[in-house]
Design a protein around this ligand. Structure first.
Ligand SMILES: Nc1ncnc2c1ncn2[C@@H]1O[C@H](COP(=O)(O)OP(=O)(O)OP(=O)(O)O)[C@@H](O)[C@H]1O
Ligand SMILES: [Mg+2]
Length: 239
């Protein structure tokens, strides 16, 4: 069998320190096949965004194995990790995260250029056209609607042709109809490019469009229903 796109084994992560330390991920196991789409659902605070950060190599696990496209992320240096991310992983956030003083075109092209693509601007223009924004390339984020800003963010994520696209509530800041359009675009691009897609959503209908749903509860996959335990509470109880 081909290696999975994503393989997590017994992943633990505590965020914060001292009194604000929270044991967020508590032994997460997850396999995602290449080309699969997975919708991660679960209550607020259960660790969904943190899980995505670990998958994207933006947070390092304290313990356990995080393997993306056959590469164990724990063995990479910070520079290697950043380069790996740039080559393999695209990320879309709920709040778009565009750079306000760059045009739509620059928002897509500049990261490509920094990654060494010589045809960055031409490619950025194509990607913006692909998400239906060919007529808005010189607009700044502040001059774009929420849905348009998310299209720019999607074009930026797709431009380096990542094998894995990670999306944290990509429709969370959009009205129903606009969210639906972004979701249509997301799944169309996922199929067209045969990407692996992992998205987090509170929207049941969006989760249901994924090939598979995975529930996160209290930092575990399909685990119990209690809120995440505060490490400081445990420390307090022990002292
Ligand atoms: N930097 C941090 N320091 C301490 N605790 C943190 C930190 N970041 C997140 N947490 C805690 O980790 C838990 C999980 O957070 P996370 O953002 O992953 O939840 P989520 O499932 O994405 O929630 P939501 O659906 O509200 O977005 C929360 O209880 C949160 O308070
Ligand atoms: Mg979240």
């Amino acid at each position: 069998m081909a290696e999975p796109a994503i393989r997590l084994r017994k992943v633990h992560l505590t965020l914060g320190s001292g009194h604000s330390a929270v044991h967020v991920l508590k032994g997460v196991d997850l396999d995602v096949a290449r080309g699969e789409s997975v919708g991660i659902v679960g209550p607020s605070g259960s660790g969904k965004s943190t899980l995505l950060m670990v998958l994207a190599g933006l947070e390092r696990a304290d313990e356990g194995l995080v393997e993306i496209a056959g590469q164990a992320l724990g063995s990479l240096s910070e520079d290697q990790l950043a380069a790996f991310r740039g080559r393999h992983i695209g990320i879309v956030f709920q709040s778009f995260h565009l750079i306000p003083n760059m045009t739509a075109l620059e928002n897509v092209a500049v990261p490509l250029e920094l990654a060494g693509h010589r045809d960055a601007f031409a490619r950025a223009e194509q990607e913006l056209a692909a998400v239906g924004l060919g007529h808005r390339v010189t607009h700044y984020p502040g001059e774009l609607s929420g849905g348009e800003q998310q299209r720019v963010a999607l074009a930026r994520a797709l431009a380096p042709e990542p094998a894995i696209l990670i999306a944290d509530e990509p429709t969370g800041n959009l009205d129903g109809e606009t969210g639906q359009q972004i979701a249509d675009l997301l799944f169309a691009e996922q199929r067209r490019r045969a990407m692996t897609l992992v998205l987090v959503t509170h929207d049941k209908s969006l989760a249901a469009r994924c090939g598979r749903e995975v529930a996160v509860r209290s930092g575990e996959i399909g685990g119990g229903v209690a809120a995440p335990s505060r490490v400081s509470d445990l420390a307090g109880a022990a002292s």
